[in-house]
Design a protein around this ligand. Structure first.
Ligand code: GDP
Length: 691
């Protein structure tokens, strides 16, 4: 029969994990006693260790649900706080400190909290028991406390001392039992004394005859009886060293010495029960009997809860089972599938587009830097009508200045660090794409997985980029010295750069429009531009640097005006150059000094062709191969069960689903266990009836 409590303690642990509403509670022993009645001493004597918070102002503010688990074959004793995940705590002073901290965590103004602290103690020396230590406040409730607090304490007390719980009412022998807070509280809810065990502490402080009288009290008779104890520990000074050691034998010795010295009052035949050893026996027996008789109602409550859970499972989740592992596997498959889709439509062509766009920007920079930002007179397109800009010089193929211009632009382009630039552009594009895929996957609501995926892609891309960028730089090395262009390459360059210039023109004009809007209209911008032009031509001389505004225009407006003037000039030049590029002269590749745009574009195209081929093979293809494998490694089956669980639970919807599945499984399991216990118990009862 002794297995019942142990089994039920296991079941209680399981129910605590799945029961949100506290409806499925099994009977416990609730310990009540006024301050200094010796309540802590009794609990510690039962456990065999000092572990409860001490100190004059250290009142318990939260109930402690203390579960004792007998581990017959174990060599170590330890405690566990299931809710804290601290693991095994073998140092009982550490348990004491933790309990103190948990108590102090309740804000002073709240005084008490009904959120219980769960503590389990495993030891070969403890009996299987479950005890609940209630806040000490209950016992001092009364005189000077506000009504609200009284109510709070009463509610908390009410919650715990109702049937079928057993009440362990602790009173000190040196206080009149009629004044015992514990017994008064018990009498209120258990007037016939059917589920209260009385404990009289400090038996050593009263005359033995009086002690015996207390234990046979007739005024408030208890069916389960009274037990007298002496739980006083020697002072920590001298021979007895208070520490981590087991205190059971010390207490038993003290008790044996005291009660043994008074055989007439406490010995056999005196009809009283004394000593903590007997108290433990009684507690075990009473709890076991209570648990046995509650099996039917517990089973019924679980059955009902199971029915509700099954209904929720059916209605909300369509009976679809789910585990953290299956959820992760499905999410990972879906993600890898979407990556595969991306892989199929992202290849060399897409790389080329990205690279060409980037290198085109570099070409534009070179053109602006070496040609366009110069005074407009340097750049008169040869196709313009003579007379239109007749006094301006023209590019001359034999002039070393024009030769140098083009050569340095070409050299700047090829020595730009294309290896690094191109690799970065593609690696960034891939990373962005991965981020996009994550954003549109189930992983979006899982920070843990997001991080793992980002880590996977950045690590791979970083490693690949390192070698790729150096090797690519070597591949383009020949272009740094000599570039030969074929006719078709020149023509292609001419077409392409016309498009690029037109796009640039559009961007510049749009930017100009933007400034126009910002300053508040065409007219206003025109006025300020007119002013700036006149300053530039020297028609107006500014006093100072114009930092505080000038000509009736604010400094900010002048800044905007200068920006607009730049854009207007750039637009002019672009228009001229588009015409130039399209002119007959630029059809001939011999005229490269007159058509630097075409020449540089053709160079850029050569660079791009080398780079795209290389990056496709060395970066993209390798990434496509490595990334899914790295995902498997990071999020696949070798993830620990805890990590999988943590991952799945990050999404509240999934968490709810998992909870329902878990609750249902657990309740089914518990119900089966309880049913078999009932059968066992039924058989035992029959047998003992026969004997
Ligand atoms: P609590 O406030 O109800 O938890 O009471 P404690 O267990 O802290 O005990 C209050 C005081 O009574 C302490 O100083 C204990 O050492 C002392 N005490 C507890 N049990 C006994 C006992 O059986 N005999 C004697 N003489 N003192 C005891």
């Amino acid at each position: 029969m002794m297995m019942l409590t142990k089994k039920m303690i296991e079941i209680r642990g399981l129910l605590q994990q799945v029961d949100q509403s506290d409806t499925l509670t099994l009977p416990s022993i609730v310990v009540v006693g006024s301050q200094s009645s010796g309540k802590s001493s009794v609990l510690e004597a039962i456990v065999g260790h000092e572990f409860l918070p001490k100190g004059s102002n250290m009142v318990t503010r939260r109930p402690i649900e203390l579960t004792l688990v007998n581990t017959p074959d174990a060599t170590v004793e330890y405690g566990e706080f299931p809710a804290l995940g601290l693991g095994r705590v073998t140092d009982f002073q550490q348990i004491q400190r933790t309990l103190t901290d948990l108590n102090l965590a309740v804000p002073e103004k709240d005084c008490v909290s009904d959120d219980p602290i769960q503590l389990r103690i495993y030891s070969p020396k403890v009996p299987d028991l479950s005890l609940i230590d209630l806040p000490g406040y209950i016992q001092v409730s009364g005189y000077d406390q506000p009504t609200e607090l009284k109510q709070k304490i009463a509610d908390l007390c009410e919650k715990y001392i109702k049937p079928p719980n057993i009440i362990l009412a602790i009173s000190a022998a040196d206080v009149d039992l009629a004044n015992s807070t514990a017994l008064r509280a018990s009498r209120r809810v258990d007037p016939r004394g059917e589920r209260t065990i009385g404990v009289i502490t400090k038996m050593d402080l009263v005359d033995p005859q009086r002690g015996q009288d207390l234990l046979t009290d007739r005024k408030y008779p208890l069916r389960l009886g009274y037990v007298g104890v002496v739980c006083k520990l020697p002072q920590s000074t001298g021979f007895f060293n208070r520490g981590n050691g087991n205190i059971t034998s010390t207490i038993v010795k003290t008790e044996n010495a005291y009660f043994g010295a008074h055989p007439a009052e406490f010995g056999h035949g005196s009809d009283v029960t004394v000593g903590t050893t007997n108290l433990r026996q009684k507690l075990m027996h009473v709890l076991e009997t209570t648990l046995a008789s509650s099996l039917g109602s517990t089973s019924e409550a679980i059955r009902q809860e199971l029915a509700e859970t099954s209904y929720e499972f059916k209605v909300q989740y369509n009976d679809r089972s789910m585990s953290a592992e299956s959820y992760l596997a499905e999410s990972l498959d879906a993600f890898k599938h979407s990556f595969k889709g991306f892989s199929e439509q992202f290849g060399r062509v897409e790389i080329r587009d990205l690279l060409k766009h980037e290198i085109d920007q570099q070409v534009l920079n070179q053109l602006a830097h070496r040609y366009w930002n110069k005074p407009i007179s340097d750049l008169v397109p040869v196709s313009l009508e003579p007379g239109q800009l007749a006094d301006l010089p023209k590019a001359d193929s034999d002039d070393p200045v024009w030769q140098h211009k083009l050569e340095s632009a070409q050299s700047a382009l090829t020595k730009l660090g294309i290896g690094r630039l191109a690799t970065t552009v593609i690696a960034t594009a891939l990373q962005n794409r991965v981020d996009f895929l994550v954003e549109h996957s189930t992983f979006a609501s899982h920070p843990f997985a997001r991080q793992a995926i980002t880590d996977a892609s950045t690590t791979i891309l970083r490693d690949l980029s390192f070698d790729t960028s150096d090797e690519l730089e070597i591949c383009i090395k020949p272009y740094k010295f000599r570039i030969e262009l074929e006719d078709n390459e020149w023509n292609k360059g001419r077409d392409n750069v016309t498009r690029v210039l037109k796009e640039e023109l559009k961007t510049v004009d749009e930017a100009f429009g933007g400034v126009e809007q910002e300053v508040g209209g065409k007219k206003k911008l025109k006025d300020v531009i007119g002013f700036i032009d006149r300053v530039r031509k020297g028609e107006i001389v500014l006093e100072g640097d114009g930092a505080g505004g000038a000509g009736g225009f604010s400094a900010a407006l002048l800044r905007r005006g200068r920006e607009a003037t730049f854009l207007r000039d750039r637009s002019e030049i672009l228009k001229l150059r588009i015409k130039a590029v399209q002119s007959r002269q630029c059809k001939d590749r011999k005229n490269k000094y007159q058509c630097p745009e075409v020449f540089l574009d053709a160079v850029a195209d050569k660079l791009t062709t080398t780079a795209d081929l290389f990056l496709d093979a060395e970066l993209l293809e390798k990434f496509k191969y490595l990334f899914p494998r790295e995902l498997d490694a990071k999020l696949g089956r070798n993830l620990s069960a805890t990590d999988m669980e943590r991952f799945a639970r990050e999404d509240p919807k999934v968490r709810r689903h998992l909870d329902v599945v878990k609750r249902k499984d657990m309740l089914e399991f518990v119900l089966k266990e309880i049913e078999s216990l009932r059968q066992l118990e039924g058989r035992e009862r029959k047998q003992s009836g026969r004997n």
